[in-house]
Write a new protein. Structure first.
Length: 162
């Protein structure tokens, strides 16, 4: 006697997966959540779950969100969540450009001059100070300058892009 419905174990796993997707939605910032393509009633319940401080009540709300998700197509929601996890191509390009500029400027002064020519709004004295702090033996202040230099370069590249 074969049954056409899935086993209880399989049903439970599917339900847990839907609850996990619901939990991922609840953990998103409100502005990101509002940009996602979700049914209004699901979005409302997810927003409601964000406002529940108690663990038991929140758990029940997540179960309810899972129950709602059984009745809708979940794959588009899953895909949207995956896209949010992956950095965009622009972010990766910015990261690589920033790293490249930082390394070039630490190695030679010509790259520093080239950077100042391209990014004319850059604070040249601040950049010079950070670059000189990055050169030489590795100390806690040089590591801090290394990170600061990255942030400064990144900011100027982003400003120019906009």
């Amino acid at each position: 006697m074969e049954s056409s419905r899935p086993s209880k174990t399989k049903q439970k796993k599917q339900m847990e997966e839907l609850q996990n997707i619901g939990k991922a939605l609840v953990e998103l910032p409100k502005d990101v959540l509002k940009k996602l393509d979700l049914p209004d009633y699901l979005r409302d319940e997810v927003l409601e779950a964000k406002n529940i401080p108690q663990n038991g009540a929140k758990r029940r709300q997540l179960q309810f969100i899972g129950k709602i998700m059984r009745k809708i197509e979940v794959d588009p929601i899953r895909e949207q969540l995956e896209q949010l996890k992956q950095p965009s191509a622009q972010e990766v390009k910015l990261l690589h450009a920033t790293e490249s500029w930082r390394e070039k400027m630490i190695k030679n002064d010509e790259s520093y001059k080239e950077f100042i020519d391209i990014y004319q709004t850059a604070d040249s004295t601040k950049l010079k100070e950070l670059i000189s702090n990055c050169r030489g033996p590795a100390t806690s202040s040089s590591k801090s300058s290394y990170r600061s230099l990255f942030r400064v370069i990144s900011r100027y590249i982003e400003e120019k892009k906009d």
